[in-house]
Design a protein around this ligand. Sequence first.
Ligand SMILES: CC(C)(COP(=O)(O)OP(=O)(O)OC[C@H]1O[C@@H](n2cnc3c(N)ncnc32)[C@H](O)[C@@H]1OP(=O)(O)O)[C@@H](O)C(=O)NCCC(=O)NCCS
Length: 209
Amino acid sequence: MTTEDNNNNNNKDDDVDDDDDKTTTPAAVFSRVPSNFVSYRPVCRDDVDVIADIESNSYPDDEMASKETLQYRCDRAPEMFLVATEGNEDEIIGYACGTCVNENETLTAETMGKSHDPNGTILCIHSVVVKESKRRRGQGAKLLRAYLVYLKALNNDRKRENKSALKSCRLLCKKHLIPFYCDIGGFTLLGESDVTHGKDPWFDCEYAF
Ligand SMILES: CC(C)(COP(=O)(O)OP(=O)(O)OC[C@H]1O[C@@H](n2cnc3c(N)ncnc32)[C@H](O)[C@@H]1OP(=O)(O)O)[C@@H](O)C(=O)NCCC(=O)NCCS
């Protein structure tokens, strides 16, 4: 084949790519996402700055995770970190994340903090967050349900690969969010937690797989 043939061939390929551009590359496909459509994907390292910003606008100073802690969760437990994005520019509008502990460990400030046991069978959910400007439109409920569906699929993979599967998810929430987790998410209220942090009591909720 001559160089000219080669060039012609390349041009041909380019033509095909041009024609099919809207269906060939992930970026091109992504550009077709309608502006208000919300999708879910695993976290990536580049997301942490934006997530840290949303986190700091969503929790009081003494409850929010620092950027360093969010980075830790993204690096050590990326499979437990799901991001909700809206539209075709991948705008992060929410996220859910957690880290794992061994069975029978009680939820303490430490287990809810910066540690992760990859073989742990209890997922401690640290954050379920929707960006302030997007709240009370049903996105939190969708995110919570999507996270549970995602974790069940992850569990199925783990069982197939003979890896330790999650037995349950646990979280601590304030009283006003008990209906959000129990009525919408299907969690069970275990009762008031021993954890004391701030002036309001915390409630321990569980979702068994
Ligand atoms: C909690 C949170 C994720 C909910 O997200 P959202 O998109 O506003 O939730 P939804 O619109 O799907 O709400 C669904 C239902 O949950 C309940 N709910 C949601 N937020 C609530 C709140 N702040 N107080 C009381 N009930 C609430 C309501 O019943 C609501 O239905 P309604 O709007 O018809 O009354 C969001 O408020 C958030 O990010 N908060 C800051 C972070 C946080 O506290 N996360 C929980 C950690 S335990």
